[in-house]
Write a protein that binds this ligand. Structure first.
Ligand code: TXA
Ligand code: MG
Length: 311
């Protein structure tokens, strides 16, 4: 695969327009992009990731106006778009049917977001068409927060990666939608439940975790974001063979998500450190310190519990 620098953004746009796959940075993680209006291009995403085809994809656009060519944004869903775009919030809304059915996996809704990253926005503006993009990693594995993660995960399977350095948020976008007409957090992520509740003025329900391998409302797959090594959570200290991933004062060895116990910093470091610990030849498994389950900690614990789930 070709590594493109920020100056080559027009080349990345050209590749996308000619239905090739290009990974690009967003503020959350690197996405594996394909033009969302082209069945063959979108099929390429599933092939490159080895992703189960029942899992629908997020559509990325440059603006609210562009989103409205893909989805119907009304009521609270429109309020969220106005409050958080560009930003790490994905909105599931009724689809206008303008993207490939492979993107929506045949659902009547579509997931859409405007990412808050200058290079992503430039790329989306230059292509001028909606871009479907899941995280740019092989299905089930750790999400990429650096171009090098994309290179090692997807190798020759895609045309290029646009290198925009390390992503800042570090966990995927929060997904909101209506379930039986009620605002529901379908996946915790970069926007916290508190931030969403400020917009609705009401308490908002997170969706219960599903173990159903076919996520209809998408509770999502239990095992996901998984390193090759086994992961043990809420550990006070490492046991034999384990490398320790600390948080705040709960610490052993040199790896810590945030020595000061800052959840934002921990989210930004999470996937990079999991990649790093997974590559260590000196240890067989990973133990992780407890992370408070508030604010961004909810998204971090969601990813960690999937990383630790039975495979
Ligand atoms: O931060 C992110 O969201 C990253 C970056 C690249 O933008 N993207 C990402 O995409 O995480 P992906 O494809 O890994 O996550 C897609 C999730 C899936 O869990 C899927 O179930 C949900 O979005 N989804 C997509 N379309 C949906 C729909 N119509 N209804 C409900 N859930 C949907
Ligand atoms: Mg993913």
């Amino acid at each position: 695969m070709e590594i493109l620098l920020p100056d080559d953004v027009d080349k990345a746009a050209e590749y996308l327009l000619s239905a090739r796959l290009v990974a690009f940075p967003t503020e959350t993680v690197y996405g594996l992009g394909a033009r969302a209006d082209n069945d063959l291009a979108v099929a390429g995403i599933f092939e490159a990731k080895g992703r189960p085809s029942f899992n629908p994809l997020i559509v990325h656009v440059a603006s609210m106006a562009a989103a409205e060519e893909v989805a119907i944004l009304k009521g609270p869903l429109r309020d969220f778009a106005e409050a958080f775009w560009p930003g790490p919030l994905t909105i599931v809304a009724p689809s206008l049917g303008s993207v490939s059915k492979l993107v929506t996996a045949g659902l009547s809704t579509v997931a859409v977001r405007v990412p808050n990253h200058p290079l992503a926005l430039k790329l989306l503006a230059e292509t001028g068409c909606p871009i479907a993009a899941p995280s740019a990693n092989p299905s089930g594995q750790i999400s990429p927060t650096e171009a090098q993660h994309v290179v090692s995960g997807l190798g020759s399977k895609i045309a290029a990666v646009l290198d925009g350095g390390t992503t800042t948020v570090g966990v995927e976008s929060t997904i909101v939608g209506l379930v039986d007409g009620v605002v529901t957090i379908l996946r915790p992520g970069g926007i916290t439940q508190d931030q969403i509740e400020i917009v609705t003025g009401q308490s908002v329900k997170p969706l219960g975790k599903s173990t159903d391998p076919k996520p209809s409302a998408p509770g999502q797959l239990a095992s996901h974001y998984a390193p090759a090594k086994a992961v043990r959570l809420n550990a006070a200290s490492p046991e034999a063979g384990e490398v320790f991933l600390g948080f705040g004062d709960i610490q052993s060895g040199q790896f810590n998500l945030s020595p000061t116990g800052n959840l934002k910093e921990a989210a930004a470091n999470l996937f990079r450190l999991l990649h790093e610990l997974d590559a260590l030849e000196t240890h067989q498994s990973i133990a992780v310190a407890p992370i408070p389950n508030t604010g961004l900690g909810v998204a971090i614990n969601d990813r960690l519990s999937r990383a630790a789930a039975p495979r």
